[in-house]
Design a protein around this ligand. Structure first.
Ligand code: AVJ
Length: 320
């Protein structure tokens, strides 16, 4: 098993510059990619097991039924999963694929978290000894070209991770992906659909406060990179549905006036009581929105697989 590492490391100035710019912005932001250090990836795994967090509950059975329909398309291909995380989704998918076909697949998990890739690739190798695995740690938004293109590719982007991108960013990502895709390549995209706002908001305000911990952990990650002195407990977790943009927004709200210092900064970062850091967007889609996005990126929607309630979609796309 091979793992290629393309992620910048703690201590690299490019990360510090990005984070400082975000915290100096008005409004202040932190990119949601930084949730996923080792602890954050574990907290996210805990979130996926919460009753209120419905997306995996609908996506997992849908992955199973869709895999049964698409399994023959996987023969002799490179299976590239963007944002593979703990690899639990692809294993639901692969369980439906016959061993003779798995033998012909090379699986490429791509994720920003090196620990997640190492751990999950090993588990997966134990589960499917007949399959080749080649892990890649990369921020696939910027490094899509790092992904090998020797054979026909089947791209998977599950979990509605695309929902973290703004409309503009999602469009750029899809266009970049459309450009590197060849005629026989396919993309299977998991997207969370618009539904009752109450259900959506509960999923991001769970009663055990795990999502709050996950949100606040991004400040520990900022502390690791910037040597700042953020105290996560001085911030409140806020998550609500923004109708205008059809998305959940997560913010961290200062409980009092605060000053944060870093040896990499001349001046402190000043927070007034009530001021927020915008940490995440999680867009919810409509079929219309999906088609528009695909077309603008030079892709066409071949099929949409849904659950009964149409809460989640797996969208199969090909190059136009
Ligand atoms: C992993 C991006 C799909 O947006 O629902 C979960 C992350 N944030 N709870 C999502 C998340 C808060 C999740 N994604």
């Amino acid at each position: 098993m091979i793992i290629d590492d393309f992620m910048p490391k703690v201590g690299e100035s490019s990360i510090r510059e990005e984070l400082i710019n975000c915290l100096r912005g008005n409004p202040k932001t932190l990119p949601s990619m930084y949730f996923y250090d080792h602890h954050g990836s574990e907290l996210f795994e805990t979130i996926t097991k919460l009753d209120e967090y419905y997306p995996p509950k609908v996506e997992v059975p849908l992955l199973r039924s869709t895999a049964q329909k698409l399994k023959h398309e996987l023969e002799n291909c490179d299976l590239v999963e963007l944002g593979s995380g703990d690899c639990s989704k692809i294993s639901v998918f692969l369980d439906e694929v016959p061993e003779e076909i798995r033998r012909t697949i090379v699986y490429y998990p791509v994720d920003v978290c090196k620990q997640a890739i190492e751990k999950s690739a090993c588990n997966l190798q134990d589960r499917y000894p007949e399959m080749n695995i080649h892990g890649i740690t990369a921020d696939f938004l910027g490094h899509i070209e790092k992904i090998p293109a020797k054979r026909r590719r089947f791209f998977c982007f599950f979990g509605s991770t695309i929902g973290n991108l703004t409309e503009e960013q999602a469009m750029k990502f899809m266009t970049d992906l459309g450009k590197v895709m060849n005629n026989n390549d396919r993309l299977l995209l998991g997207v969370d659909m618009v539904k009752d706002i109450d259900i959506i908001e509960k999923a991001y305000n769970d009663s055990q406060g795990i999502t709050a911990k996950f949100n606040k952990n991004i400040l520990n990650v900022a502390n690791d990179h910037l040597m700042t002195n953020f105290d996560p407990e001085e911030f409140e977790h806020v998550a609500f549905f923004n109708k205008k943009y059809s998305r959940i927004e997560m913010h961290l709200k200062a409980k009092k006036d605060l000053e944060v210092t870093s040896p990499f900064l001349k001046n402190q970062i000043v927070f007034n009581k009530g001021e927020t850091i915008h940490t995440e967007n999680s867009h919810k889609y409509t079929v219309d929105g999906i088609n528009k996005m695909a077309n603008a990126a030079g892709l066409s929607v071949e099929s949409i697989f849904n659950d009964d309630k149409k809460w989640f979609s797996l969208v199969e796309m090909v190059k136009q």
